[in-house]
Design a protein around this ligand. Structure first.
Ligand code: HAM
Length: 436
C-alpha cells in the first residue's frame, strides 16, 4: 500500500489558496457585521459528549438518528461526537460558565461542523457556519433584530436573491394539540404517505410537513396548520415579529409548513432561501429555542439564533463575481543572488517594519522569471536589487500596475534609506520621486 495517493475524506473539502481571499473577505465582513449588533465571539470545542446533541437536538431527528460522527474516546470510553451544529455547544458553555448570570448575552461563532449526509452541491460532510445566538431575551424584538441583521448582511455582501420565510411553532401544549391532529390526519391518509413519512408518523410527525416529495404536495397543503392552534401569547409574539419586520421593510412570506430539522424550537422559526443554488438553497436557518437551556440543565432562559452555511453563501458570491479576489501584496523584491540576496532579504524586513506587505524572492532564478512572479503576485511595485544597486546602496522601484493609458509608470532608482518612505507614499497615491 506504500505510495498510494491519499485523497481527502468524501464530502470534506480543501480550501485552496486561490479560494481563500473570498473566504477571508467574507469573514472580515461578518466580523464587522456581528460587532455592529453587539455580538461577542465564543469558541467552543469541536468535540462534545454525544449526549449533549442527543438531548439538545432531539433523539428522533435526522442529525441524531443518522448523521453524527460519533466514537468512543480511547482512554475512558466516553461517547464523543464531532459537533454537527453550534447551538447545543454554545448553550452548554453558557450554562457551564453562568454566562447569563449578569444579564442577557449576544454571542456568535464561526467554524467547521460535521454531518454524515449524502454529499451533493451545497451539501458536505464537513461544512462551515456563522452561528449567532442571543441568550436571555424573551421578546419578538430580538427575533426581528436577528432577521433584519441578516437582511443587512445580504446587502453588505451584494446578495440580492435571498428571500425570507417565517413561521411560528407555538409552545409545547399548542404543538401537542397540533401534533395529535396531524397524526389523525395522516393516519386517515396513510396510503398517500411515502416510506419516510410513514416512519416519521410514529416518531416525529411534524417533520412530515417538511417533505419535499412532490407526490405528497397536495396532502401536505391540506394538513392541519400550527397557526390554527396558537394561543394568545404565541400569536402576540408572532404578530410582534411581523410588525417589526414590516416597519423595517423586510419582506417575508409566512410558510406554515416551515418546521426546521432540529427539535429544540418553539415560537419563531425562519429561513433565508435562494433559488440560485439548486436543491440546497437554504442559506440560513434559525429560530427561538426557549426550552433548550432548561433541557440541558440550566435555569429556564429564553434563546434565539441562527446558523448560516458559509459554503452556500460563498457560492452565491462566486456566482455574482462582484468580489475582487485577486492575489495582492504591496511589494515583490527581486535580486541577483549572492550579496544582493542578503540585501534583498534585509530590505524586505525593513519594508515590513514600515507596515508594507512584502514578498521577497526566495531561491535562485533569472531576473526575467522573478519579474514574471512579481507580476503574478499582484504586487504594486517590484523592488529590484542587482549588483549595481547594491554598489550604490539603492534599489530600482518598478511600478507593476498598468495605467489607464495602457502603459506603466517609469522605473526609478531610490536610495535604500528612503525606500520605505518612498513606497509608503507611493502606495498612498503619491508619485515615486527619482533619485536627486
Ligand atoms: P440548520 O438548519 O441545521 O440549523 O443549519 C443551518 C444552515 O447550515 C443551513 O441553512 C445550511 O445553510 C447550512 N448547512 C446545514 N447542513 C449543511 C451541510 N451538510 N452542508 C453545507 N451546509 C449545511 C442549525 O444548525 C441550527 N443550529 C441553527 C440555529 C442556531 N438555530 C438556532 N440557533
Amino acid at each position: 500500500m506504500a505510495n498510494v495517493k491519499l485523497a481527502a475524506v468524501r464530502g470534506m473539502n480543501d480550501l485552496l489558496p486561490a479560494q481563500s481571499p473570498l473566504w477571508e473577505w467574507f469573514e472580515a465582513r461578518v466580523a464587522d457585521w456581528v460587532r455592529s449588533y453587539g455580538y461577542q465571539q465564543i469558541r467552543t470545542p469541536i468535540l462534545e459528549h454525544t449526549d449533549l446533541f442527543v438531548r439538545g437536538i432531539g433523539e428522533v431527528t435526522d442529525i441524531v438518528e443518522k448523521e453524527m460522527y460519533s466514537f468512543e474516546d480511547r482512554s475512558n470510553q466516553e461517547r464523543l461526537t464531532l459537533r454537527p451544529e453550534f447551538t447545543a455547544g454554545t448553550v452548554r458553555a453558557a450554562i457551564e460558565h453562568s454566562l447569563t448570570y449578569d444579564g442577557p448575552k449576544r454571542v456568535w461563532s464561526m467554524g467547521p461542523l460535521f454531518r454524515h449526509e449524502r454529499p451533493q452541491r451545497g451539501r458536505f460532510r464537513q461544512f462551515h457556519q456563522v452561528n449567532v445566538e442571543a441568550l436571555g431575551f424573551a421578546g419578538p424584538d430580538i427575533d426581528a433584530e436577528q432577521i433584519v441583521m441578516l437582511a443587512r448582511l445580504w446587502k453588505i455582501l451584494g446578495i440580492t436573491s435571498a428571500r425570507l420565510e417565517i413561521n411560528c411553532l407555538g409552545q409545547g401544549d399548542e404543538r401537542a394539540r397540533h401534533r395529535a391532529e396531524l397524526v389523525t390526519y395522516f393516519d386517515r391518509h396513510q396510503d398517500a404517505l411515502d416510506a419516510d413519512s410513514t416512519r416519521r408518523l410514529a416518531t416525529n410527525p411534524l417533520r412530515i410537513l417538511d417533505s419535499k416529495n412532490p407526490a405528497m404536495a397536495q396532502l401536505l397543503g391540506a394538513a392541519p396548520q400550527i397557526t390554527t392552534y396558537l394561543g394568545d401569547a404565541s400569536r402576540r409574539h408572532f404578530d410582534g415579529l411581523q410588525e417589526l419586520l414590516a416597519a423595517a421593510r423586510v419582506e417575508f412570506k409566512i410558510n406554515p409548513r416551515l418546521v426546521r430539522g432540529l427539535d429544540y424550537y418553539n415560537l419563531t422559526v425562519f429561513e433565508w432561501i435562494t433559488d440560485e443554488l439548486g436543491a440546497q438553497g437554504t442559506l440560513c436557518g434559525g429560530g427561538r429555542y426557549d426550552p433548550l437551556i432548561e433541557r440541558l440543565g440550566g435555569k429556564p432562559t429564553p434563546g434565539v439564533g441562527f446558523g448560516m452555511g458559509i459554503e452556500r453563501v460563498i457560492e452565491c458570491l462566486t456566482q455574482s463575481g462582484q468580489v475582487d479576489t485577486a492575489a495582492r501584496t504591496d511589494v515583490y523584491v527581486i535580486h541577483q543572488g549572492g550579496a544582493t540576496a542578503t540585501s534583498a532579504f534585509l530590505t524586505a524586513e525593513r519594508l515590513r517594519d514600515a507596515g508594507l506587505d512584502v514578498i521577497c524572492h526566495a531561491g535562485e532564478a533569472s531576473m526575467k522569471s522573478q519579474m514574471k512572479r512579481a507580476d503574478a503576485s499582484g504586487a504594486e511595485f517590484a523592488v529590484i536589487i542587482g549588483e549595481s544597486e547594491l554598489a550604490s546602496e539603492s534599489a530600482a522601484v518598478k511600478p507593476l500596475r498598468v495605467l489607464p493609458s495602457g502603459t506603466r509608470a517609469e522605473q526609478r532608482i531610490v536610495p535604500l534609506q528612503n525606500l520605505a518612505d518612498t513606497l509608503v507614499d507611493a502606495l498612498d497615491g503619491a508619485e515615486v520621486e527619482p533619485e536627486q
